[in-house]
Design a protein around this ligand. Structure first.
Ligand code: CP
Ligand code: NVA
Length: 307
């Protein structure tokens, strides 16, 4: 049976394996070990929106594993001329071994997964960013050595990244505080789902409008852009409402001394984060970005080979 990763919930039962095996794979790669287990395999990558990290990490990951990746933009595909998602899924499934899809609409990722007979991976949509989570939680484990007992603070927009962070933190049993401006809270269904999971783990999911409450004694401070791809029209209005949520030196002083600063990137420096924080000794943003490569490799191996 093929396995899709459309939501973090598709990794609910073995998220920790993705993280620990991702770290093992990274360490073996750093020692020079060659892994060609995807020789002859092809990944189709459909990108409706721009990407630096997701595209390069999946493409490089396939190359390093002996396989091949094809970058597809809907405007160059028949998808852009009215071929249905269902037919695109059926056709690609006859040729390739997995499909990565960065979409505007979560429903379209579900549709592609429904009609595809090969694994579909959500490369970010309006609701979630699951592949980012494997890299992020690898980074937290590498830097902090554990999840339980840590306080994770997200400060910023209640967006796709936050939805996936809420679910991920709950799955590993780490307390998460998310501070967003009023009216920009994460979707209720993601809050509920993550609180249900956290309850069983004995951890907390707290949604607040107070960035200082979130930052206080935090082990991890995480932010993301205020304006996600596709929301450009809201930029001016949001920038006014979000200034209190900027991660700056004053805010991070409330965190633990050895806190780590994370951001999925791209960063809009001077907006959601200042240079001072992004370039500080506590910042792990480029280790986090590097981990995208190793995370994608474990995702590809697990999905394509079923390991
Ligand atoms: N973090 C992330 O997904 O970056 P890209 O948009 O560059 O892929
Ligand atoms: N929330 C951002 C994440 C970019 C990787 C966006 O959707 O644009």
């Amino acid at each position: 049976m093929k396995r899709d990763i459309v939501s973090v919930l598709d990794m609910k039962d073995d998220f920790i394996d993705f993280i620990t095996q991702g770290i093992e794979l990274k360490n073996r790669f750093k020692k020079g070990e060659v892994n060609n287990s995807l020789t002859g395999k092809t990944l189709a990558m459909i990108f409706e929106k721009p990407s630096t990290r997701t595209r390069v990490s999946f493409e490089t990951g396939m190359t390093q594993l002996g396989g091949h990746a094809i970058y597809l933009s809907p405007k160059d595909m028949q998808l852009g001329r009215g071929e249905t998602i269902a037919d695109t899924a059926r056709v690609l499934s006859r040729m390739v071994d997995a499909i990565l899809y960065r979409a505007f609409d979560h429903k379209n990722v579900l549709e592609l997964a429904k009609y595809s007979t090969v694994s579909v991976i959500n490369g970010l949509d309006d609701e979630e960013h699951p592949t980012q989570m494997v890299a992020d939680f690898m980074t937290i484990l590498e830097k902090k050595g554990r999840f339980q007992g840590l306080k994770f603070a997200y400060i910023g927009d209640g967006n796709n990244t936050l939805n996936s962070l809420l679910l991920s933190a709950a799955i590993v049993g780490m307390d998460i505080y998310a501070a967003t401006p009023e009216g920009y809270e994460p979707k209720k269904e993601y809050v509920k789902k993550s609180q249900d999971i956290a309850k069983k783990k004995g951890s907390k999911v707290i949604i607040t409008n107070d960035p200082e409450e979130a930052a206080k004694d935090a082990d991890v401070i995480y932010t993301d852009v205020w304006v996600s791809m596709g929301e450009e029209k809201e930029a001016e209005e949001k920038e006014k409402k979000f200034t209190r949520y900027r991660v700056n030196s004053k805010l991070v002083k409330l965190a633990k001394k050895d806190y780590i600063f994370m951001h999925c990137l791209p960063a809009h420096r001077g907006k959601e984060v200042t240079d001072e924080v992004a370039d500080s000794r506590n910042s792990v943003i480029f280790d986090e970005a590097e981990n995208r490569l190793h995370a994608e490799k474990i995702i590809l191996l697990k999905l394509i080979l079923g390991i």
